[in-house]
Design a protein around this ligand. Structure first.
Ligand code: ATP
Length: 196
């Protein structure tokens, strides 16, 4: 099977994530996508990072009924930081017959050389990347060419970020245009991201 791993903090999942998942699934490049919230993000400091179980539950709400998409607790279950090279090593041991790809937005592709053991990652997994904002494709094309083993998916960008969702929740603004409705309800009911 051709499996896509879509990793991230998902603090919380938003419409930009869901849009990317839909578009990548539609390309036919993959049979299945595992959406994998990380335990401790190695790429960023996250003072307002909420509990993994809640991020996982919101992902389940956001991807409910989407064919081929499964939320995985593979990284949440593992002690320590969620390094991608380690996740891929473990997955390859468990599923030696499958082919793995990594799905990511522009920011992650453009900083891919900062990932730990990025060369090992790239030698064993194809990257599938898309823009988050208008006007990013030229830079993405250059990065894809430089890295190799990278596929760009042309999407109409949906420039939403989790940072924006957390700020809106904190200020009591509407979340309806930023996250799927069940996720907006979940954030409200659980009083998430209210701390200053
Ligand atoms: P934060 O604002 O907290 O930094 P984020 O919105 O960047 O969060 P992450 O959970 O860090 O969300 O992102 C997970 C993955 O999804 C990354 O590969 C990121 O590039 C990608 N991504 C995030 N938002 C979008 C978007 N609007 N369009 C396409 N890809 C996205």
């Amino acid at each position: 099977m051709r499996i896509g791993i879509y990793g991230g903090t998902f603090n919380p999942v938003h419409l930009g994530h869901v849009h990317l998942l839909r578009e990548v699934m539609q390309t036919g490049l993959l049979d299945r996508i595992l959406v994998m919230p990380d335990r401790t993000p190695p790429h960023k400091q996250a003072p307002d990072l909420i509990d993994g179980k809640k991020r996982f539950e919101m992902l389940q709400l956001a991807t409910m009924g989407m064919e081929g998409i499964q939320v995985s607790d593979f990284e949440l279950q593992r002690e320590g930081k969620s390094y991608t090279y380690m996740t891929l090593r473990l997955l390859r041991e468990l599923y030696p017959d499958d082919q793995f790809s990594l799905i990511m937005g522009a920011d992650m592709l453009l900083s891919f050389r900062e990932w730990r053991n990025w060369e090992e990652i790239l030698s064993g997994a194809r990257l599938i990347a898309a823009a988050r904002d208008e006007g990013e494709y030229e830079r993405l094309e250059q990065a894809a060419k430089d890295l190799g083993n990278t596929e760009l998916v042309r999407i109409t960008p949906l420039p939403v970020s989790s940072t924006e969702v957390r700020a809106a929740a904190k200020e009591g603004r509407s979340l309806e245009k930023l996250v799927p409705q069940p996720v907006a309800d979940y954030i409200r009911e659980n009083h998430l991201y209210q701390q200053p």
